[in-house]
Design a protein around this ligand. Sequence first.
Ligand code: OGA
Ligand code: NI
Length: 360
Amino acid sequence: MAKGEVHSQCAGYTLSVPNVQSLATSLDKSAQIPERYVRPEAQADPIARNNEIELPVIDLAKLIDPEFSEEEAAKLHFTCQEWGFFQLVNHGVPEELIEGLKANTLEFFNKPLEEKMVYKQENDGTLQGYGQAFVMSEEQKLDWSDLFYVMTRPITLRNMKFWPTSPSTFRDNIDRYSFELTKLASCLWQYIAKNLGVATEVFAQLFKDHPQGMRFNYYPPCPEADKVIGVSPHSDATGFSILLQINDVQGLQIRKDGEWIAVSALPNAFIVNLGDITEVLSNGLYKSIEHRAMINTENPRISLVAFHGPDNSIMLQPLPEVVGDGKLNYGSMSYQELMKAFFDKKLEGKSIIDKLKLFN
Ligand code: OGA
Ligand code: NI
């Protein structure tokens, strides 16, 4: 893509709404929260089990070790079909970098509001910067979170005015992390391609230039935590997403077999989830699972999600190698059109991908 063009992964508009971190700070423990954040569905559709479950674990060191690769790749294939979500351990991203980035992120969100607002979203047709997303109307219920989003790849599309200069190592750490995750994503795509019986070049072409965006989510504690939702239920409109919990506070829930379950992450693991693009490419063999983030009364929770999407110009449709002589389960749509539909409405389950489904 040429400089100046907007990649579909960050294109969109949102209404600006109050900063939730400041709102939360202003409320005391017995306060009632504003009506716009009260979500009846949080109580009507709670988690099924109170105990947290541990997601399947994929070990990258085994995946790339010739002796264990086949076994681990089979586990990956099974996990992509049954869960669409897994933890990745031995991922090879230097711990020192992760620790640095965690410290930077905490320091950034702990700055006074005015300092963060230097990086606020600008209604420039991209969703980059500090603010919120998916707010389409003044009546819409709101998520209990703030976010900070930057497009990190292709690097020609970086808009440095949104990259914080303080803490002083933040930019460099975002850049290094972006590179490390890009290598990791390429490596995972190779195994996913192999598992799907598709030439690795096909995936390399679909994910050319490694489009990648990073979303830092800040979920403040809430005096009425059981009435709010941190991030509304949705599936990610990406190839896959790699989530890092910045401060070891859990809150992610996934919808498994119709029920919400809370997931907990191992301390040094990434949580990887397949997105809508992968569901369509795999003709539904792999699932893009609905998830949401919930809030607690005591501690802020911070996560960093790196979205890995396809090249902006692709036509999205199931890969012929996967469909074979079988039934085609999804129609086709340009990626740009799909993303426009995704960002033009509030977050709502898997409704975007359902548009492409040929059968229900
Ligand atoms: C997201 C997301 C969940 C979390 O940013 O797309 O699903 O736990 N976040 O922060
Ligand atoms: Ni998500």
